[in-house]
Design a protein around this ligand. Structure first.
Ligand code: SAH
Ligand code: SF4
Ligand code: F3S
Length: 486
């Protein structure tokens, strides 16, 4: 998309435009002048490295950062010893933060050897005041800090940083209702792409920091989303993943409200698009209409990520999830009845304040009944500022660990059983990459998201092929390309 922006025609000696995205295009043009001067002086292009620490939404943001950097004339690299390095951070659990601090230390080592290096930090972590304070005090070598709400301003901030002699440039917004369209994006995969359909979250689950660092729910206009997908398809994309913290409430706050199910039907009509995924669904907002749309769709993948968090109604209430164990079970079973070949995956937190062994048994009971095809299990992490952090009955770590291991065992057993359901079938696989450990194989995914390895080469990447699922190896298959679909 970025090559459509005629940067050469922008007069960078004039005052910057006030409207967006023209203003950012102007700063991209200014940065490009800087990168050209760098190349003339050093005999090489300046290198930039974007590192992603978070969820799919974070990854999509990283593609936007990469697009802007590339447009500004940087050469992208995966090597962190680069001229410009940006960490796109996550703060959902404390270990995500610790990883960033550790890696910043390593960057400082590179910077000592290359003092011209610029280091930037953005993403969810930087929306926390305590983090910014810590950066100022203990990480003064960081050159640029900005947040989630002003990511669209990256070109402008990049220019400020490149032209500044020294000192930390900090620009954090509390919130925003702005959605800036038409900025460059550099996709990681040519054949698949994430698409933001909404930003922020209004749910305030009591353990979760996301609403504080991502702000209130804002939906993109359907015509912008559909236009972006059409453009991606014209550019070779066959699979899209519609992204939002709670896609089921998509469209409710638009001037002309629409439902997520309606959006899916519109996306389905786009010719050339083969697969549609989406993430994440909150159980309280999942409509019967959506289940029917999924059931009759030819393109929506047979996979639903439906975070449970806990199977204990008492804990769910404390978590402010707004459904009971029984409601979750009823919903999951209804989906299984309506779409028997669907894979249901989930997220579960162990060790929420006040959780007892009996509560955990309730969770394990739900896992056994629903038979999740996969479950991400997390140890509860106390996030400052959330209601749960102030709860008194925090669970001792040894008890959490014991419960976590017990749950994990059940989760793995049911997942293995579920994955084995496809054994012997012939199903469609979208080939994604050459296998990392065995280059005679390629790796792809079934519609239900199960990983399949099969003999093949790079020419298959991005193609949908029919594969006979010969050997089930726990969580993945070894298969073989086959001509007829069962
Ligand atoms: N919006 C999504 C989830 C976003 S965060 C949803 O509501 O389902 C991804 C997962 O991280 C959550 O589903 C939850 O299981 C986990 N998580 C969030 N906050 C956490 C915390 N404080 N400690 C441990 N896990 C947490
Ligand atoms: Fe966090 Fe709950 Fe919002 Fe998901 S729905 S992002 S868990 S507050
Ligand atoms: Fe992490 Fe932010 Fe995503 S906190 S999980 S990167 S929304």
């Amino acid at each position: 998309m970025y090559n459509e922006i005629a940067l050469d025609q922008i007069n960078i000696n004039a005052d910057p435009p006030t409207e967006e995205p023209a203003r950012q295009h102007y700063f991209m043009a200014k940065c490009r002048k800087w990168t050209v001067a760098f190349a003339e002086k050093n005999g090489r292009l300046p290198q930039a490295c974007v590192v992603n620490f978070g969820c799919q939404m974070n990854a999509r943001d990283s593609e936007k950062l990469s697009g802007i950097l590339e447009c500004a004339g940087f050469m992208l690299t995966e090597n962190e010893n680069a001229d410009f390095v940006i960490f796109n951070t996550c703060t959902v659990r404390d270990n995500a933060n610790q990883k960033v601090y550790g890696r910043l230390g390593e960057l400082n080592g590179y910077k000592r050897r290359n003092p011209h290096m610029k280091i930037a930090l953005c993403g969810c972590m930087t929306q926390e005041a305590a983090v910014v304070q810590k950066l100022r005090k203990s990480y003064p070598f960081v050159d640029l800090v900005f947040g989630t709400h002003n990511l669209f301003k990256f070109a402008e901030l990049l220019w400020t940083t490149l032209s500044a002699e020294k000192g930390m440039v900090i620009d954090i917004w509390e919130d925003t209702d702005q959605i800036v369209e038409d900025l460059p994006v550099e996709r990681k995969y040519p054949f698949k792409s994430g698409i933001n359909i909404m930003f922020g979250c209004n749910n305030f689950c009591s353990y979760c920091i996301v609403p504080y660092v991502r702000g209130r729910e804002r939906s993109r206009k359907p015509e912008d989303i559909l236009e972006e997908i059409r453009r991606l398809v014209a550019d070779g994309v066959v699979e899209v993943m519609l992204l939002g913290q709670n896609v089921n409430s998509y469209g409710k706050n638009l001037a002309r409200p629409v439902s997520f199910a309606w959006l899916l039907k519109e996306v389905e009509k786009i010719e050339g698009l083969q697969r549609i995924r989406f993430m994440t669904s909150h159980p309280k907002d999942l409509s019967k209409e959506l289940i029917q749309v999924m059931k009759t769709s030819k393109k929506i993948c047979r996979h639903l990520h439906l975070p449970l968090q806990s199977g204990s109604t008492r804990i769910l209430e404390q978590m402010n999830r707004r459904y009971t164990k029984e409601q979750y079970l009823e919903l999951a079973m209804h989906i299984r009845r309506e779409i028997p070949d669907i894979a249901i995956t989930t997220d579960i937190i162990v060790g929420f304040p006040g959780e007892t062994a009996a509560d955990l048994e309730e969770t394990i009971d739900v896992v056994r009944q629903v038979k999740f095809d996969n479950a991400f299990t997390f140890i509860y992490s106390k996030r400052t500022g959330t209601p749960a952090a102030a709860m008194e009955n925090q669970v001792p770590p040894a008890q959490v660990k014991e419960g976590f291991d017990r749950l994990l065992k059940v989760v793995q057993d049911t997942a293995r059983e579920q994955v084995a359901r496809s054994a012997g079938k012939i199903l469609e696989v979208l080939v994604e990459e050459v296998n990392e450990s065995d280059p005679s194989l390629v790796t792809g995914r079934l519609s239900n998201n199960t990983v399949v390895h099969l003999p093949g080469d790079a020419s298959l990447i991005g193609k949908l092929v029919n594969v006979s699922l010969e050997e089930c190896h726990g969580f993945y298959y070894l298969g073989r390309i086959c001509k007829d679909l069962q």
